[in-house]
Structures are given as C-alpha cells and as structure tokens.
Ligand binder design. Structure first.
Ligand code: PLP
Length: 373
C-alpha cells in the first residue's frame, strides 16, 4: 500500500525499483539490444500499434515538443483542441515553434465531442495537424478519442497528434485503428516506472512528414531515433535504469492483460466517483467523460485545496494533488493509475470525508469553475 494519490510521478512497485537497480548497462551493448525491443514490443498493446515507438529521455512535455518539431513547420496551420491545462500547453508548444494555432476551447470539466471537433475543423479551414489530449489530467476528463479521430478523418487529412501522457497503459488506445499519427506518453504515470522517458509512437506518415519537413531539431529527430531503434539502440544515452524498471512494469501489465488493466482503472474511477457523490461532493468531470486515471473533485464553498491537502497529509499521511490554473484552490485531484489498490482509494475518500467534516479551513474567494482565465 502507498499513500501517494497524485497524478504522478508515483511510487513504483518493488519489482520495478529492483529492476532499475540491477546495474547500468551500455546502450551499445548486446544486453541493451535485448532490453529495448522487449520493452517497446511489450508496450504495443497499450498503444495499439505496430508502428515504431521511440524512447526519448525527457518528460512528457519534451515528448509533446518532439511531436511538434518533427511534424510542423513554422507557419503551419494547426487546430488545438483544449479542455484544460495540458491541452493549453500543447497549443503553447506549437505556438512556440511558429505554428499558426487556432484553439478550440472546451469548457473545463467536459470533453470535446466529435461534432464539436468537426465543426471546429470546418471553421478553421485546412490545417496541417490537430492536437488532442486523450486524458486531460487537470480536470479528470477522458476524451472520446476514437470518435474524434473518425470525425477528423472524415473531413481532413490533417495529422493527428495526441497527448496520451495520463492515459496510455490505463485506457484503451488503438493508435493504428483510430488513425493517430503521433501518440506521446511517459514512464511515470500509468506505466508504473520512474520518470525519465517519453515514449512516442509514430505512424509511417508522421515519420515521412518528419523526414521531409518539420523544422530544425537535433536531439528530437524522429527518423534518426527510428533508425537507431531498428538497430536495438537509441541515438544518444537514454535513461537506462528507467528502461530496466519499465521492462519489469510492462511485464506486470502484460501479465495482468490490457483488458483487465483498463477495467481495473474504470472500476476504481467509478467507485471513487460514487463515494464522492455519497459524501455530498461534486466530481468536476461530467459522468460521460470521467477519467479512469484521475478524478478532480470540487471542494465545498469556502474550503481551500491547500488546506485540504495539508490536512490529508498531516492527519492521514495521504498525498493528493491540487487543481491546476483557475481550479487550483477549489479542486483537489485524486490519482488512480498504475499500481494502486482499491482499498487505497477507499481510504482516500474516508480521509477526505473526515478532513472536510472536522477541520476548520481558512476562507478563500471561490472562483466559479468553468473558466480558466
Ligand atoms: N500532458 C498531460 C496530460 C499530463 O498530465 C502531463 C503531466 O502531468 C503532461 C502532459 C506533462 O508531462 P511532464 O510533466 O512529464 O512534462
């Protein structure tokens, strides 16, 4: 049992910690040439792809940046669909590299629908790429990615770049079937390993675009990394210990089986939501798009998230995350991804109930949820 219920990084299972402490190997060794394909092939059912999966040593934001610099040239028109803090970040990264970004803003707490995205695409005109966030960690919302991709494919040949940082490994992701071009995730969330690697699945089309264009880049080059991966290595020194830990984590996920992993997350999210409602609290996400990996819950009027977090930690030894941006003080977020036990989720709700019932909190100005100016 552990007491960290944030949205990551998370404590890793003992098997993962042990595997990453087995001793560093060279990324040019035979041992590494056995390790890398085992890990990347093990991830295929969680990305739903036969396409290359590229391991870059960086955080999730680095992975988003890699997607942008390989697929977009300055001036390229882009539609960014944002339903929260991380959707905004993807748009910002693209803007930072000179893309002409139109943001389709979805109210916080809900997900974009296929109809929304089709309409936004019509309004935006031809675009080079659509940026999507599968699981918006700031609001606890899972987008209906398959439907969004179908809607995009029906009317456009735009590249589909997806932030799957807090979904891959916990929610169904069928990259090849859905027509996703680039899917970015990280080791430190549902994949149950230490922070340090971004794993980026890249369609043949995305690799071709990167080969022919994109923009100036050096470290984050997809084609060169894909060629290195073909040879069982990486372009430059990777986070070897993280890969060793990830091999154990992927082994655990494969042993459990993707379907059971997805169901375990869905069930935990459903139970948590129900318990919060029974406590009289308001989950921030609409029920139809509630995330399987993180639940954001609004606090009663006048109760501040920092006080609740401190009390949970001090009185119960439990760590949760506060909200992001405009939801920072009126929301807490409870993570349920990777290696959690159902009992830990129950403990968290019980502790939250006790904290809200017994502790006096400093008053604060309550900001109405929904905006994030
Ligand atoms: N995208 C999403 C959906 C996230 O949840 C996060 C981090 O929580 C990121 C991107 C950024 O990842 P990192 O902090 O590893 O850069």
């Amino acid at each position: 049992m552990n007491n960290v219920r944030t949205s990551g990084p998370l404590p890793v299972p003992p098997q993962v910690a042990e595997a990453s402490a087995q001793g560093i190997i060279s990324h040019r060794s035979d041992a590494f040439r056995a390790l890398l394909p085992e890990v990347l092939d093990g991830l295929r059912p969680f990305f739903g792809t036969r396409a290359p999966i590229l391991p870059f040593t960086c955080s999730g934001t680095g992975g988003m940046e890699a997607a942008v610099v390989n697929c977009l040239a300055p001036g390229d028109r882009v539609l960014a669909v944002s339903a929260g803090h991380f959707g905004d970040r993807f748009a910002e990264v693209a803007r930072c590299y000179g893309a002409d970004v139109t943001v389709h803003q979805v109210p916080w707490g809900t997900a974009p629908t296929a109809a929304d995205v089709a309409e936004a695409l019509r309004a935006a005109g031809p675009v080079r790429a659509v940026l999507l966030t599968h699981n918006e960690t700031s609001t606890g919302v899972l987008a209906p990615l398959r439907e969004l991709c179908v809607a995009i494919r029906e009317s456009s040949d735009a590249l589909i770049l997806v932030d799957g940082v807090s979904s891959v490994g916990a929610a169904r992701f069928d990259m090849d079937d859905w027509g996703v071009d680039v899917a970015v995730t990280v080791t430190q969330k549902a994949l149950m390993a230490q922070p340090g690697l971004s794993l980026i699945a890249t369609s043949r089309r995305a690799l071709r675009v990167a080969h022919e264009g994109g923009q100036r880049r050096y470290y984050f080059d997809f084609p060169r990394m894909a060629a290195a991966v073909e040879e069982g290595t990486t372009t430059y020194t990777p986070a070897v210990a993280v890969l060793q830990g990830l091999r154990a984590a992927v082994g655990m996920l494969r042993a459990e089986g993707p379907e059971r992993v997805f169901e375990r997350h869905r069930a935990a999210a459903g139970t948590l939501r129900q318990s919060l409602l029974e406590l009289g609290m308001t989950p921030a996400a609409d029920a139809w798009c509630a995330s399987p990996t993180v639940t954001a819950v609004h606090l009663p009027d006048g109760v501040g998230a920092s006080g609740v977090r401190r009390a949970l930690e001090r009185e119960h030894g439990i760590l949760v995350a506060s909200g992001r941006s405009a939801w920072k003080e009126n929301t807490v977020r409870i993570g349920h991804m990777g290696a959690f036990h159902a009992a830990e989720i129950e403990d968290t709700v019980a502790a939250l109930g006790r904290v809200l019932g017994t502790t006096a909190f400093p008053r604060r100005e309550v900001q109405a949820p929904g905006g994030h100016a």
